[in-house]
Design a protein around this ligand. Structure first.
Ligand code: SAH
Length: 371
């Protein structure tokens, strides 16, 4: 089962424990190793002095600790930082750190491109060239932390809102978020790790079996007709089904937790009073807060950001209807680091015409792997 060489950044605690147990050692060795990797940030197995000597040797011969390589780093005038990273397959992906009031939120990519083809997202326009490994995702946190450490800071929140659809790379997303939450690794609270999805309903239904992280839904439309156009996976999993799966997950998380509804506002498309009204009605029995994201333009998108007054009116309407409604201020625009502007550089393996058909076929086999 263990492939050689094994990148240990891709294993969560239970997998590291199992690795030691398979070699006749006790599970707590896995926890010791994790602390060396993430608390001491040691890369030399031979210096992990509390591990048995023969184990250190085995680790040196069979395991590696590899990070994506940094190709470029851009720092915005508002403090947002974007990295372009090369992953093992040779493709480029992007990640962003957004500093805000003592928080440092890291937005990580989960796939090389995306198969979902949401009409207003530039990542989707790039096509798709595969999944990131768990180590590629964990590696993004390590790279961000080593940058922030220069100023005695660290990542406080992680959102899987970069390139890709995390729930189409389910096992890797879960393993990587396990490492983020683990006290022997990054030790982030379950409330500070958020998986964002365009609505892969069968995967949402499985989430409670494997995790308790926060969930954000990229809703963007209050009706199926409109959402079918903007977020084509809605044709397979319509809004009612999606919200039902979300209600069940939030129920599982408990009364103190809320779903995050993401709603990108596009001029004349979904930003009018009627849409706000419909959205408020739709979410009536969903425990949630709403994040409004003014559309971030990119060349050839065909959409525009709403008028400021329309954005304010939409927010006011939602707040009056009783929803905690945040307006996500656009960050890092001067370095193309804003939502939907992450494009990396992807060698698309599918033609645009074939892609939608392929990705619907891809949903089922992918989910068979879900535990
Ligand atoms: N596939 C996942 C993760 C990507 S998150 C998901 O859909 O949730 C990226 C977020 O930015 C999503 O809410 C997405 O809909 C939003 N987004 C994409 N393109 C955008 C754009 N051009 N302007 C503003 N938000 C955008």
């Amino acid at each position: 089962m263990i492939q050689s060489p094994l990148n240990l950044y891709g294993l969560d605690r239970s997998q590291l424990e199992a690795m030691f147990q398979e070699r006749g050692l006790q599970a707590f060795r896995g926890r010791q190793l994790m602390k060396w990797l993430y608390h001491q940030e040691l890369k030399d197995f031979s210096a992990m002095t509390d591990l048995p000597l023969n184990m250190r040797q085995w680790l040196t011969e069979n395991c590696v600790l590899e990070l994506p390589s940094v190709v470029e780093r851009h720092i915005s005038k508002d403090g947002t930082v974007k990295w372009i990273l090369k992953v093992a397959q040779g493709d480029l992906v992007e990640m962003v750190v957004i500093p805000d009031k003592g928080r440092n939120t890291l937005c990580v990519s989960s796939q090389i491109g995306c198969t979902l083809d949401c009409s207003f997202c530039s990542t989707g326009k790039q096509g798709f060239n595969g999944n990131l490994t768990p180590a590629d995702i964990v590696g993004q946190v390590l790279i961000a932390n080593s940058y922030l450490a220069e100023n005695d800071k660290s990542v406080t929140n992680v959102v899987l809102m970069g390139m890709g659809e995390p729930l189409m790379n389910f096992d890797a997303a879960i393993t990587a978020t396990n490492v983020m939450k683990d006290d022997h690794a990054f030790g982030l609270s379950k409330r500070r790790v958020t998986i964002s999805t365009a609505g892969v309903v069968p995967a949402i239904r499985k989430l409670h079996e494997v995790t308790d992280v926060a969930l954000a839904i990229s809703l963007h439309a209050p009706t199926d007709d409109l959402r079918n156009e903007l977020v084509p996976i809605n044709r397979k999993y319509p809004i009612a089904e999606l919200l039902q799966a979300c209600r069940e997950y939030i129920e599982f998380l408990g009364p103190a937790r809320k779903l995050v509804i993401e709603y990108t506002l596009m001029r004349g498309i979904n930003d009018q009073a009627e849409h706000a009204h419909q959205l408020a009605e739709l979410l009536r029995d969903v425990r949630c807060k709403v994040n409004l994201i003014p559309f971030n333009p990119f060349p050839g998108s065909g959409y525009a950001r709403p008028k400021s007054q329309d954005i304010r009116d939409f927010q006011t309407h939602m707040m009056r209807a009783g929803y905690v409604t945040m307006l996500r201020t656009t960050r890092g625009e001067d370095i193309n680091a804003a939502c939907g502007q992450l494009v990396g550089q992807v060698n698309d393996r599918t033609s645009r015409q074939r892609r939608y058909k392929n990705k619907l076929e891809a949903v089922q086999p992918q989910l068979i792997k879900v535990r």
